[in-house]
Design a protein around this ligand. Structure first.
Ligand code: FEO
Length: 170
């Protein structure tokens, strides 16, 4: 059964939100490079890659359901942040915002009795738990590091280890 128009519209809007997330995290990555934190910058680029893969999941799903993907303009992201802790706080707030968007999509899919979309969105519900936990985790480590340059240096090295794993986001 072809996807209903209301859900098609909402999913297209979500593609834009995921692409904005990628754009935001890329901008954060650039700011982190300017702060001489290449490990954090790398982590943020992997985060952006994940967001692109999220957008692509909606793209594929819409095509599979006989819907039409319509791409729209992506807003410009902020470019300046005070420090790395403010950036991570923004990541957490942004992910909480995305969680609210996903919950809204789930409510719509349930209201429209669209069982395949409910199943599809379940992956994103779980993913958002991971996304928020990851940001919380790094914020906790930043608090422990405090203003200690050696601790921040070590943490930056740890952040450099992140690897993009497509299977984790498929
Ligand atoms: Fe696509 Fe970070 O959620």
């Amino acid at each position: 059964m072809t996807i209903n128009k209301q859900i098609e519209r909402a999913f297209n809007k979500q593609i834009n939100s995921e692409l904005y997330s990628a754009y935001l995290y890329w901008s954060m990555s650039a700011a982190l490079e300017a702060m001489n934190l290449p490990g954090f910058a790398h982590w943020m680029k992997v985060q952006a890659q994940e967001e692109l893969s999220h957008a692509d999941k909606y793209f594929h799903y819409l095509v599979e359901r006989g819907g039409r993907v319509l791409l729209t303009a992506i807003d410009g992201p902020p470019t300046e942040w005070k420090d790395v802790e403010v950036i991570l706080k923004n990541v957490l707030e942004h992910e909480q915002h995305v969680t609210a968007l996903i919950n809204g999509l789930m409510d719509l899919a349930i209201a429209e009795n669209d069982h395949p979309s409910v199943m599809f969105l379940q992956w994103f519900v779980n993913e958002q738990v991971e996304e928020e936990a990851a940001a919380q985790n790094i914020l906790g480590k930043l608090k422990i590091a405090g203003t200690s340059s050696p601790a921040l240096y070590m943490l930056d090295k740890e952040m450099a280890q992140r690897v993009f794993a497509p299977s984790a986001s498929e």
